[in-house]
Design a protein around this ligand. Structure first.
Ligand SMILES: Cc1ncc(COP(=O)(O)O)c(C=O)c1O
Length: 394
């Protein structure tokens, strides 16, 4: 049977990682994979997470099934963290899912059931998994204008003009904060305009929230999604705890539906549960329980908020240091946009040829579209990076 198929293309990020690992040069730099690295180059387990894990180890009494909708305490704590009081709680329903990806998957299935012929709109460019996930769910993905490669900023007028032309059959997938891959984000004023546009056209908002707290702060990063939650009759949101709790491999996420009223939210809940049961039956509990413990314990929560702040400030510091190093060497402000971006990534706007040359000449590895993971920059190699970037773009 299998010989009738062809090998599926390797995910770009994992292909790059394999290339990086095979490179024997000792001064090589990996800017590809989207994980946070501390100043020692490690992706550490947060101290609040370790403490919560110890508590769970000491106190848990069973490993019996958790149920289709997962860890309810986790979902409720994330609902509070994300939405605060922006929407009446009776209109929100949620299921825990395996990470942000699992949450997006469950929600796409529900969209497909409700709007079998609907179109879904994703930013140009977007997280590389959005497009294939929409396709696999049987939804037709389209791009709305988003990133201006010349200026490193959001092409907001073009984006808004596109959104203004949508209808009630359309779904718009928006990055809640810390846009991946570009690093360029909407201002609060632009979020207000997006909310007005969606309200006017009736297009359905779907927010992907994978980096809450990594941009400007836990509250500031929630501005856009809360604006939507407080103004739109319906919406969806996929939350990931992979990055902001450092729980990448534990697969903790939440799929949220906001309905017009409680009845609509209940219907959405049963549909999500039905998808989950037929997909993987129930989500893994360990990561979710860690988050539940942290968010419900005053001291642990404070400690976690401090740890998120530390990550956020380190990423900002690395952004500044890289942009300064380039400016000092080149006397040009061409890469100043790196400081204006926020979150783990920046899209540098290089050509594929330049990206390949950087790999060949300087052992610097970034994604083909020139996305770099700022959160993975080794600080001691910033000068080397700046020199290489100037050389390649001169
Ligand atoms: C925009 C975006 N959405 C979703 C995800 C999925 O995260 P998870 O690892 O929790 O599945 C990522 C992870 O890189 C992401 O960047």
């Amino acid at each position: 049977m299998f010989e009738k198929l062809q090998k599926a293309p390797l995910d770009k990020i994992f292909k790059l990682l394999a290339e990086y690992r095979a490179d024997e040069r000792t001064d090589k730099i990996d800017l590809g994979i989207g994980v946070y690295k501390d100043k020692n180059g490690n992706t550490p387990i947060m101290s609040s997470v370790r403490k919560a894990e110890k508590q769970i180890f000491d106190e848990a009494t069973t490993k019996t099934y958790i149920g289709v909708s997962g860890n309810r305490g986790f979902c409720d704590a994330i609902a509070d963290l994300v939405f605060d009081n922006s929407v009446d709680g009776s209109r929100i329903s949620s299921v825990q899912a395996p990470g942000g990806t699992g949450s997006i998957w469950v929600l796409l299935q529900v969209i497909k059931r409700a709007r079998p012929n609907g179109k879904i709109w994703i930013s140009d460019p977007s997280w590389p998994n959005h497009y294939p996930m929409c396709q696999l769910a049987g939804l037709e993905p389209n791009y709305y204008p988003y990133f201006d490669h010349e200026t490193g900023k959001v092409k907001f007028d073009e984006m808004l003009a596109c959104l203004d032309g949508l209808s009630e059959e359309d779904t718009v997938l928006l990055h809640g904060c810390c846009h991946n891959p570009t690093g360029a984000n909407l201002t609060n004023d632009q979020w207000d305009k997006v909310a007005q546009s969606l309200k006017r056209t009736g297009a359905f908002p779907f927010v992907d929230l994978a980096y809450l707290g990594f941009g400007e702060g836990l509250e500031q990063d929630a501005y856009g999604l809360r604006k939507l939650a407080s103004t739109q009759p319906e919406m969806m949101l996929a939350f990931s705890a992979s990055k902001n709790f450092g729980l990448y491999r534990e697969r903790a996420g939440v799929a949220f539906c906001i309905g017009k009223d409680q009845l609509a939210a209940d219907i959405a809940f049963s549909q999500m549960g039905n998808v989950v049961r037929a997909s993987y039956s129930q989500p893994p509990d360990h990561g979710a329980e860690i988050v539940r413990v942290i968010l419900n314990d005053k001291d642990l929560r404070k400690e976690w908020e401090g740890e998120v702040k530390e990550v956020r400030e380190r990423v900002k510091y690395l952004r500044k240091k890289l942009a300064n190093a380039i400016r000092e060497r080149s006397n040009s402000s061409d890469f100043d946009f790196i400081v204006e971006h926020s979150g783990m990534f920046s899209l540098l706007g290089l050509t594929l040829e330049q990206v390949n040359e950087l790999k060949k000449q300087s052992a610097i590895y970034m994604l083909d579209d020139s996305r770099i993971s700022i959160a993975g920059i080794p600080e001691e190699k910033i000068a080397q990076m700046a020199d290489a970037l100037i050389k390649i773009t001169r």
